[in-house]
Every structure is written in structure tokens, then in C-alpha cells.
Design a protein around this ligand. Structure first.
Ligand SMILES: *[C@@H]1O[C@H](CO)[C@@H](O)[C@H](O)[C@H]1NC(C)=O
Ligand SMILES: *[C@@H]1O[C@H](CO)[C@@H](O)[C@H](O)[C@H]1NC(C)=O
Ligand SMILES: *[C@@H]1O[C@H](CO)[C@@H](O)[C@H](O)[C@H]1NC(C)=O
Length: 270
């Protein structure tokens, strides 16, 4: 009987607990974020109070008491975007779902639970990211240079590089258009190539989401473009020759005709 004692005691005095399985959570653009939170359950939820609150400014993200959602004091930032699994509450699950996550959602979230067993809290740190879309390439050619440009959207700001054939960093221009309403950065990166032959690689790293994109661009200026002009010139020259030849023939025939008619006229006069 004695050996059982510590276990029984441990069970009796088991403190009320609130546990978050993921203390660091990455919310991905376009997917709902589920902030997990568990507590020592009490099947009777009549005394249950669940409050999700931002750590930085204590604004209310979601709250539940009197056995229902209480959203009068909810921060407008979270309106219609939060959801508790109400049927799970009696089992000790106070996980919160947030939809349409955006950069402003980044930060600390306190899961605060009180029931007949006690009261406690736990913190979830939320980060937000969006995978960069497939970069769109455009090539602008003018008389002095070739400008390569990639455009893409994602979050947070990426690390961008243009690498030469030898793998060296090339100087490039970067334009970041501030956050769109969708919570994405619009990125434009361009590289000005001077030489005729272009062999470079555009690289993009989204460190938060371990996204690595490498997009090689190879542009070859073949002599073919120059020799393509040749047949056209030859044809034009040949046609000019033919026209000239025909003109000469016509002229010759005309002169002969003029001569013969003038002879005829002379006879007539005689
Ligand atoms: C809580 O319940 C939801 C919905 O069933 C589930 O997805 C989630 O994993 C649960 N969380 C915990 C911490 O048990
Ligand atoms: C471009 O550079 C890569 C990397 O050095 C090389 O493997 C590839 O053959 C080059 N392509 C051309 C067309 O020169
Ligand atoms: C290129 O620059 C990045 C920083 O933007 C650096 O991390 C990387 O090591 C550089 N690569 C080379 C080959 O110099």
C-alpha cells in the first residue's frame, strides 16, 4: 500500500495545466493557422473560461465563457477570423483556428484557461510566411544592354542573388513594392547584362519557409541573326539586276523601233 502512495498523491495534487504543443508556429499564407492548446479537463464546462489574447498589447483574439463564444470585446483585427473547437472544450482542447492569416498576426498569443480545477496560461509564438510564387521572367533588349527582370510575390523579404556562370554575385537592382492587401511583398529584381552572351542564375531564398528557387537564364546571340539578312539582300540585288536588265532590253527595242520608223518616215518624205 505504501508504494502506491506517491502516485496517488501525485494524482491528487496534479496541478492544473495549460500546455501548448507548438510554442513556435508558422502560419502559411492561404492556410488557416491552428494554435494548439490543451488544459486539464473538466467535463462540466459551466465554469470554463477560455481567453486567447495577444501578448504584446493584451487585445482579445477570442473568448469563451457562460458556455458560449463571447466576442463583444474581440479586437476588430480578428473579427470573423477565429474559431474554437467548442465540442472539444470538455476534453481539454482550447485550440484556436485563425483564418486569412496576414503579417499583422505575427506575435505572441496567450492561451488562458480557468475552470473548476484551476487557472493557467501558455504562450504560442506565431510567425507568418508565404511561399514565393514562380518568378516571372521578362527580357528587355535595347541598343546598349539586355535587361533581365524577375517578378514574384511572397513573405517575408527574401534573399536575392544573381549569380554568374562562375557562381559569383552580380550587382543587380531590387525593387520591393510594399505589402499588398493580401499580405505579400511584390518583388521586382533586375540585372543588366552588357555582353552578347548571357548565362546567369537568379536565386531566391525565403529563409523562414526554407524555400530556395534557382532560375537559370541563358541567352545566346547567334550569328544566324546576321546571316539571315544575307539571302534577303541577295534577293533584292538579284531583283534589281533583273529590273535593270529588262529596262535595258525595253530601251534597246524602243530605240530600234524609233530608228526604223524614222527611216520609214524619211522614205515617205522622199
Ligand atoms: C483540438 O481539436 C482539433 C479539432 O478536432 C484538433 O485538430 C487539434 O489537433 C486538437 N488539439 C489538441 C491540442 O488536442
Ligand atoms: C552556363 O553556365 C553553366 C554553369 O557554369 C554551364 O554549365 C553551362 O554549360 C553554361 N551554358 C552555356 C550555354 O554556356
Ligand atoms: C553572395 O551574396 C550573399 C549575400 O547576399 C552571400 O551570402 C553569398 O555568400 C555571396 N556569394 C558569393 C559567391 O560571394
Amino acid at each position: 500500500m505504501l508504494w502506491l502512495f506517491p502516485f496517488v498523491l501525485a494524482d491528487l495534487v496534479a496541478p492544473f495545466e495549460v500546455i501548448v504543443p507548438d510554442k513556435q508556429l508558422k502560419a502559411i499564407h492561404g492556410n488557416p493557422a491552428i494554435l494548439g492548446c490543451r488544459f486539464t479537463p473538466d467535463p462540466d464546462i459551466s465554469h470554463l473560461v477560455v481567453t486567447w489574447q495577444r501578448q504584446e498589447d493584451v487585445q482579445v483574439v477570442h473568448s469563451f465563457y457562460y458556455q458560449m463564444d463571447q466576442l463583444d470585446h474581440q479586437s476588430p483585427q480578428y473579427r470573423s477570423r477565429t474559431f474554437l473547437y467548442n465540442s472539444e472544450l470538455a476534453k481539454g482542447n482550447a485550440s484556436l483556428q485563425i483564418t486569412e492569416v496576414n503579417p499583422k498576426d505575427t506575435g505572441g498569443y496567450m492561451c488562458i484557461v480557468t475552470n473548476s480545477q484551476g487557472s493557467a496560461r501558455a504562450l504560442v509564438e506565431l510567425t507568418y510566411g508565404a511561399l514565393y510564387s514562380e518568378p516571372r521572367l521578362s527580357i528587355h533588349i535595347n541598343s546598349s544592354a539586355i535587361i533581365l527582370k524577375f517578378e514574384t510575390e511572397g513573405f517575408p523579404k527574401p534573399e536575392l542573388n544573381w549569380l554568374s556562370k562562375q557562381g559569383e554575385n552580380l550587382t543587380h537592382q531590387l525593387e520591393v513594392i510594399d505589402l499588398t492587401d493580401d499580405g505579400l511583398y511584390f518583388i521586382k529584381s533586375s540585372y543588366v547584362a552588357q555582353r552578347q552572351m548571357v548565362n546567369v542564375t537568379f536565386t531566391l531564398k525565403n529563409h523562414l519557409l526554407n524555400q530556395n528557387l534557382e532560375r537559370p537564364v541563358i541567352l545566346i546571340y547567334d550569328e544566324v541573326t546576321a546571316t539571315n539578312q544575307a539571302p534577303v539582300a541577295v534577293i533584292i540585288l538579284a531583283m534589281l539586276c533583273i529590273v535593270l536588265f529588262i529596262c535595258i532590253i525595253i530601251l534597246t527595242l524602243w530605240r530600234r523601233k524609233m530608228q526604223s520608223s524614222s527611216t520609214a518616215t524619211n522614205y515617205g518624205v522622199m
